[in-house]
Design a protein around this ligand. Structure first.
Ligand code: ADP
Ligand code: MG
Length: 696
């Protein structure tokens, strides 16, 4: 149960003064990229300003620069209501006089009587806003502030500017945030008093308030005292949540998995290729864990196409040979089916029973030796016979809690999580805590580098000619349609309409051998299309990012990504990994808009320069710092609000040690500090992790 002190923070935003259904939608969009989300007060107070307007800036008129935010005392001289000029309605103008010249206040779509009321002729007013010169005429359009001189002192000299979304102005959002800050409770101190004193941090509430109420621009720095404390709290919650998973996990000893390796040897003999040395090595590491008598918790990192699946399967065969069960959890239905088909081909001839379980399916999982599925696997009603190995593929799609839920299906199952999104080594800690790590560095033999080219959209026609040539040679082509900006949800971010339009165009141009796959197509139909592309039916697949994860069609040699500038680095790398899966030369074509922003251009440069997933991940992290919004979720990293791991790495280290020590002393979080820490965990949404603790 969430502690009572947190109730205010977890209540819906509509309880705040001035927040109605419209603002709730806008806040949902702002915080979750989704209008129908249910933003809470906590989200509001966690939304920190990104810059600050200094209302103290009051230069003389000749010194004022275009774009400056200025604040002047002025006298209202006259009003010029709009006139129509050749059918165009001109703006409403109010001519004012400052101590050293005329300034015109400009209003589009303004109500004259309202303006007469706030700017009566002859009156003195304080006006603040963005200054510009229009044909040498000094003007301010839509001033931010118009106030009587005696009111002016009440206006904050430094006004925080918040990240915004359509439908919310900064003033309005500031009001909402102020209202929310009013009801922020005092929370029990969860930090070690000695550490708190050493860092010179204030308590949580005071820190949160000063992060909003900036008094100097330096207060905005992630390294400011207030923001460091908030960042520390955040990473401490993260590290503690992971440590809880870990300790709970460590406790039970697993029965050693005893297998002669005969079953595995048969499977290997049937493969059309040899395992790479890296694959052998990782298998060896896994075998050691399985035999060790304590639970394995291992992360297998390997770039796209490095052959992680077969490693997982061969590990599973040890478990199966010992008469127990293995489960493979993947993030999408498509991927589950694909793994199901390819794994069956390899192991059914050996008498191994493979089952598939996806949403809406009923299957008795006790019947299978290897069970493949989506998160349907973690439903309450799914009960395994004797689960000894959980493999979680493309882990970045699953949260800590989901990973935990699968392993909780058995008292002693070993866990292998696999990721194709290489995470900079220094940072694996935040996503996994202390996991053992294996890495597949080499690619299977015979793979060629993928040639990556960036081509402006204006030259799409040439690319289409290339597509025609490739398909004439019997090769296959992915055509990835753009993301739509401003949404965090993957499927919503892709634009089915754009994909549909391309599809129609391509069927006219290339004939019927074109398939279409996107998020709005029912999964069964989509799977049939994918199967048709993997098989004989289609040469070209027009798709959205539904094909991003794991899809394996070795004949595909070209992937074209439209509006590549809109994709995150990790995502581009994943998509590119769909080709180059055979010994034929492959290409990745990034169609981009010439006027893309700097960050987008840097991303395209990085992806052209390297095929090395680790380097890409590092670069991604750097560029992310530059305000990139798209692509955050692809990184596999928790989405921190306050912590910037580039800048707060020392805090992360400290939190890591702190978390260990806390659980060492008070494993159930029952001491007063433990109780306070429960508040912290709830505050950051680690409810699931707390459920595994006693009631406290
Ligand atoms: P990922 O690591 O991205 O999940 P997959 O497991 O899907 O990669 O493997 C990619 C492709 O490489 C598959 O078609 C698989 O059969 C093939 N493969 C795996 N290991 C080898 C190997 N040692 N030699 C050749 N091909 C391999
Ligand atoms: Mg894979």
């Amino acid at each position: 149960m969430r502690p009572e002190k947190l109730f205010a923070l977890f209540s819906e935003v509509t309880r705040l003064k001035g927040v109605g259904p419209g603002a709730k939608k806008a806040l949902g969009r702002l915080f979750y990229g989704d209008e129908s989300a249910r933003p809470i007060v906590r989200d509001v107070v966690f939304h920190l300003p990104v810059s600050v307007v200094d209302r103290r800036n009051s230069p003389t008129l000749p010194k004022a620069q275009d774009g400056d935010i200025v604040t002047w005392i002025m006298r209202v001289e006259s009003h010029q209501p709009p006139v129509r000029k050749r059918g165009v309605k001109l703006p409403y103008k109010v001519i004012c006089h400052t101590k050293d010249g005329f300034v015109t206040l400009v209003f589009f779509h303004a109500k004259g009587d309202y303006l007469l009321q706030v700017l009566p002729v002859g009156a003195e007013r304080v006006v603040s806003g963005r200054f510009e010169r229009y044909d040498t005429l000094a003007q301010i359009s839509h001033p931010d502030i118009i106030a009587k001189p005696e009111e002016f002192n009440a206006i904050a000299a430094l006004e925080p500017i918040y990240p915004l979304t359509g439908g919310l102005s900064n003033r309005y959002l500031s009001k909402i945030i102020s209202a929310a800050l009013e009801i922020v409770p005092e929370l029990p101190e969860w930090l070690d008093p000695a550490y708190l004193a050493q860092q010179k941090w204030k308590d949580w509430k005071a820190s949160l308030l000063s992060a909003h109420r900036v008094s100097t621009p330096e207060d905005l720095s992630p390294l400011s005292v207030a923001r460091q404390r908030l960042a520390y709290d955040e990473v401490l919650a993260n590290q503690l949540a992971l440590a809880l998973v870990r300790t709970r996990f460590k406790k039970p000893l697993a029965a050693p998995v005893m297998a002669s390796g005969a079953l595995r040897a048969k499977a290997i003999a049937s493969l059309p290729y040899h395992l790479t040395q890296g694959q052998e090595q990782v298998l060896h590491e896994i075998d050691e864990d399985l035999k060790s008598g304590s639970r394995m918790l291992r992360l297998l990192q390997g770039d796209v196409g490095s052959g992680k699946t077969i490693v997982a399967l061969l590990a599973a065969l040890s478990v199966v040979e010992a008469g127990r069960q293995a489960a493979l959890m993947v993030p999408t239905e498509l991927l589950a089916k694909q793994h199901y088909a390819s794994i069956r081909r390899i192991v059914e001839p050996l008498g191994v029973r493979v089952l598939l379980l996806t949403g809406g399916m009923k299957a008795d999982v006790t019947e299978g030796d290897i069970i493949i599925g989506t998160h349907a696997l973690i439903q309450e009603k799914v009960a395994f016979r004797d689960l000894a190995l959980c493999v979680i593929d493309e882990q970045h799609r699953f949260g800590v809690a989901q990973r935990l839920a699968l392993s909780a299906k058995s008292s002693d199952a070993h866990v292998l999580v696999m990721t194709a999104t290489p995470i900079p080594r220094t940072l694996t800690m935040t996503a996994f805590g202390d996991m053992d790590c294996s890495t597949l560095t080499e690619k299977p033999a015979g793979r060629r580098e993928i040639a990556t080219k960036a081509i402006p959209l204006s030259r799409t026609e040439e690319v289409l000619e290339g597509v025609a040539r490739a398909t004439a040679k019997g090769e296959k082509v992915y055509w990835i349609c753009p993301l739509v900006e401003e949404s965090d949800d993957d499927d919503a971010r892709t634009d089915p309409a754009a994909a549909q339009a391309r599809y129609v165009e391509f069927t006219h141009r290339f004939g019927p051998r074109v398939g279409l796959a996107h998020g709005r197509i029912p999964p069964q139909e989509r799977d049939a299309v994918m199967a048709g592309f993997a098989g004989d039916q289609y040469d070209i697949l027009v798709a959205t990012t539904v094909v991003e994860v794991g899809v394996d069609v070795p004949d595909a040699t070209i992937i074209v990504i439209e509006h590549a500038e809109r994709f995150g680095l990790a995502q581009l790398h994943q998509l590119r990994g769909r080709v180059g899966r055979s010994d034929k030369p492959s290409a990745c074509i990034l169609l981009y808009v010439d006027r893309s922003g700097e960050v987008a251009k840097s991303r395209l440069r990085v992806i052209r320069e390297t095929n090395d997933g680790f380097r890409i991940a590092e670069e991604d992290l750097k560029l992310r710092g530059s305000g990139d919004i798209l692509g955050v979720r692809q990184s596999g990293m928790p989405d921190f609000r306050f912590a910037d791991l580039g800048l707060h790495y020392d805090l992360l280290r400290a939190a890591h040690d702190d978390a260990k020590l806390i659980l060492h002393r008070d494993g159930e979080l029952k001491s007063p500090r433990g109780q306070a820490l429960r508040h912290l965990l709830y505050l950051f949404g680690y409810d699931e992790n707390i459920r595994f603790l006693g009631a406290g």
